[in-house]
Design a protein around this ligand. Sequence first.
Ligand code: BG6
Length: 304
Amino acid sequence: MNASELATLNQTYGIQDQLAFKEGLGGLAIAAMQNDYGEATVALHGGHVLSFRPRGQAPVLWLSRHARFEAGRAIRGGIPVCWPWFADHPADSTKPAHGFVRTAVWSVVSSETSTDGGTRLTLTIAEREATKELWPHRFRLTLDVTLADALQVKLTATNTGAQPFTCTGALHSYFSISSVADVRITGLDGCDYLDKVEQYRRKVQQGAVTIKNEIDRIYLDTTGACVIEDSGMRRRIAIAKNGSRTTVVWNPWIEKAAAMKDFGDDEYQTMVCVETANAAEDVVALAPGESHTVEADIRSEAWV
Ligand code: BG6
């Protein structure tokens, strides 16, 4: 994005002392939000929340130091928007993993200050020739990112075509943690999950989730909040949600981390993904004109 396009965005949607558009890493346009609650950045590339830091706290989201900021590539960390399919395409593995909107450029449609002093930015993306080759449907996605006492991320998918379609997806949130050894994730006890590490074997979660090896699990029928309890950092990150019955927990561990070019060899020790998803049995069906909203509310607090 050139300087005059950024200037136009700032004139139209910038909010004094709260929201400014800038050139970020790799020359990608980012929205920098700040207010009394903290700060957050969102790349227009992917509609991708890159960072969130409540005032006086350490960053909540994890971003790889090897992340690539390039047109057409997914960014490793933050909150990639996965849509209209989660993980591999159900029928054609040559199509991009996690859909195509995380690597496309979104447009800004509005910004506002809420009555509680929060800052909201709304982005959108719709079908175009390139997406029709990958997925033959007409759609509009709207992403509302609100920085207030929590970071609220709301993705609304609308079927703007004349035919029904089904979709899956995720707000694929990467969280920054002190160390895998000092973290447990609560909120999933007793839930069934598909273990991707063991060919999707169905299992039942016993107690809190701990990370002692590769974890890639699709928790089914999960509508409640999860909490990342980090005894090393003495903080709790609560992830509440709406419009999602699936929670994905992922840590690639040693070998998979080493195999990814945009992921540091040792970085698996300080991250975990707890993803607010529609996946597996939780498929969203939209008739023409219908919409579905999936929402993640991320709140971090000191744990004393
Ligand atoms: C998770 C999946 O959601 O995303 C994992 O469950 C996958 O299987 C991970 O490896 C990362 O995917 P990607 O495409 O960003 O490397």
